[in-house]
Design a protein around this ligand. Structure first.
Ligand code: GP9
Length: 421
C-alpha cells in the first residue's frame, strides 16, 4: 500500500541523514583506483591458521599487517550464493529469501558502486573468467553500468583448474587488461579456483594436511592455500605495474565452503566447537582493505560488519557522500554500533548473536552473549531482532516493488501498481 511504501522511504531516508558522522579517513584516498576481489568460498576461519604445522594463508596474513582487517565480518548471502555476495556488496541491499536477486530482479534501479563511481569519473569493469550468462551476470552487469564485463571468452585459457582458468592466470591476465584502462578505475574481480569440491591436481596441492588428507576439508585447505599464493603473485604484479601505491585493494570471501561436518573442523583446529562457534564460522568471511599508503594495519574493529557496509565504506574513503543513495548499510568508518542481519533470521551486533529456531518464533531462538559466548535471556536480543527484521523487510520491498526509481523521481512514494507485484 501507499502507506507501506511511505514507511520504507522514511526508514531509508533516516539511514541517509544519519550518515553525517565522519572521521579523518573521509576523502583521504580521493581519486585512488579501487580493486575489489571477491574470493570463492574464502572463510574467515582459515585466516592466520595453520594445518599440520603449515600456514594456510601466508600472503593474506602478511597483507593484514598493512590492511584493515575486519575479523567479525558476515557474508550475508542466501540461496543466490556468489551472486548474492556480489549483489549485497555492490548495492548495500540484502538478498531475498528465495532464489537470487541477479536472476529474479536483475534491473531495479539499484544504487550500485559501478554506476556511482562512473558518475564520479571512474572507469568501471568487472572480471570473471567464466561463462557470461552464469547467474545472469551479463544482464545484471549491463544494468549496473559497468563499461565492460571481461568473461571467459576474453581470457586465454593458458591453465585450467577446476571450473575454468586458474586464479593465478586470471589475476595476471586481468591486470594486463587493466593496464589499458583509464585511471582512476574501479575493477571488480571474482575468483573461481577454490570452488566446491576443491579437488586440485597434484602439483598444485602444496599442503600436507596430515589426518585431513583425502577429506573434503583437507582439499578445501589446499585450494585456499593455492588462492593465497595467487594473491601473493597479484600483489607482486600490482607493484610492478605501478598500481600498489595508488590503489585501494579490497579482498573478501563470498560465502562459506558448504562443508558442514563439525567433527572435521574440530579435528583440524584441535578443539571442540560450540553451536555458536560453528554458526559464526559458517557465516564469517574475511574482509581486508589495504589503503594505498599501507597505513592502518591489523585488526581494527571488533564490531560486527557485513557485506552491506562495503559500498558506503568505499565512498567514504574516496570522499563521495552517500547521502543520495538508498542503502541499508552504513560505512565501516562510522563509529556508531552496527547490527548485521542475516537472511536466516540470525543477526549479530557487537554484544549479541541471535540464532533463530526452526519455528522462527522469536522467543524460541537463542540469544548468545558474545562476551561470555553463552546463551543469555532471549529478551537481550529483542531490540536487535526487530531492527534486523525491519532491514530485511525494507530491502525486500525495495527489490520486489521496484521502489528506488519512484523514490528518486519525485521524492514521494507513488502508487503505480508496482506494489501489486
Ligand atoms: C561461477 C561462480 C560460482 O561463475 O561464481 O558461483 P557459486 O556456485 O559459488 O554461487
Amino acid at each position: 500500500s501507499e502507506e507501506q511504501i511511505a514507511e520504507v522511504k522514511q526508514w531509508l531516508d533516516g539511514r541517509r541523514s544519519n550518515r553525517t558522522q565522519l572521521n579523518d579517513l573521509f576523502g583521504k584516498y580521493r581519486g585512488s583506483n579501487v580493486m575489489m576481489i571477491q574470493t570463492e568460498a574464502l572463510m574467515n576461519a582459515v585466516i592466520g591458521q595453520s594445518v599440520n604445522g603449515q600456514e594456510i594463508t601466508p600472503n593474506l596474513n602478511k597483507l593484514m599487517e598493512e590492511s584493515l582487517y575486519y575479523s567479525q565480518f558476515y557474508h550475508q548471502t542466501a540461496l543466490g550464493r556468489t551472486s548474492d555476495a556480489d549483489f549485497v556488496t555492490q548495492s548495500s541491499l540484502l538478498p531475498l529469501s528465495a532464489g537470487s536477486v541477479f536472476t529474479r530482479y536483475p534491473d531495479r534501479g539499484y544504487d550500485v558502486l559501478p554506476k556511482i563511481l562512473k558518475e564520479h569519473g571512474y572507469a568501471a569493469n568487472v572480471f570473471h573468467a567464466y561463462e557470461s550468462s552464469f547467474w545472469n551476470r551479463q544482464t545484471v552487469y549491463a544494468a549496473m553500468d559497468y563499461d565492460r564485463f571481461f568473461s571467459k571468452k576474453d581470457y586465454e585459457l593458458t591453465e585450467t583448474l577446476g571450473w575454468s582458468l586458474s586464479d593465478k592466470a586470471f589475476f595476471s591476465q586481468s591486470l594486463e587488461m587493466m593496464s589499458g584502462i583509464q585511471q582512476p578505475f574501479y575493477s571488480f574481480l571474482i575468483t573461481l579456483t577454490s570452488h566446491h569440491p576443491y579437488r586440485l591436481p597434484e602439483p598444485h596441492r602444496k599442503l600436507d594436511t596430515g589426518e585431513l588428507e583425502g577429506t573434503m576439508l583437507g582439499d578445501y585447505l589446499n585450494s585456499i592455500h593455492y588462492v593465497d599464493e595467487a594473491f601473493g603473485e597479484l600483489i607482486e604484479q600490482m607493484k610492478q605495474q605501478g598500481l600498489w601505491d595508488n590503489t585501494i585493494l579490497i579482498i573478501y570471501g563470498d560465502h562459506d565452503n558448504s562443508i558442514k561436518d563439525q567433527s572435521a573442523y574440530e579435528q583440524w583446529l584441535g578443539r571442540e566447537l560450540s553451536e555458536l562457534d560453528m554458526e559464526q564460522m559458517m557465516n564469517q568471511v574475511p574482509l581486508l582493505i589495504r589503503l594505498p599508503d599501507g597505513a592502518h594495519g591489523g585488526t581494527i574493529d571488533p564490531e560486527a560488519a557485513g557485506m552491506m557496509n562495503v559500498a558506503p565504506s568505499i565512498l567514504h574513503l574516496l570522499g563521495i557522500s552517500s547521502e543520495p543513495y538508498y542503502w541499508i548499510g552504513t560505512s565501516l568508518f562510522d563509529e556508531r554500533d552496527r547490527l548485521i542481519p542475516l537472511r536466516s533470521g540470525a543477526f549479530s551486533s557487537k554484544d549479541v548473536y541471535y540464532l533463530p529456531s526452526e519455528s522462527r518464533a522469536f522467543e524460541e531462538g537463542t540469544c548468545y552473549s558474545l562476551e561470555s559466548r553463552q546463551p543469555t535471556a532471549v529478551a537481550a536480543c529483542r531490540e536487535g531482532y526487530d531492527e534486523a527484521q525491519t532491514m530485511l523487510e525494507v530491502s525486500d520491498n525495495v527489490i520486489l516493488y521496484h521502489l528506488l526509481p519512484q523514490f528518486r523521481s519525485n521524492g514521494q512514494p507513488s502508487d503505480q501498481g508496482h506494489a501489486a507485484k
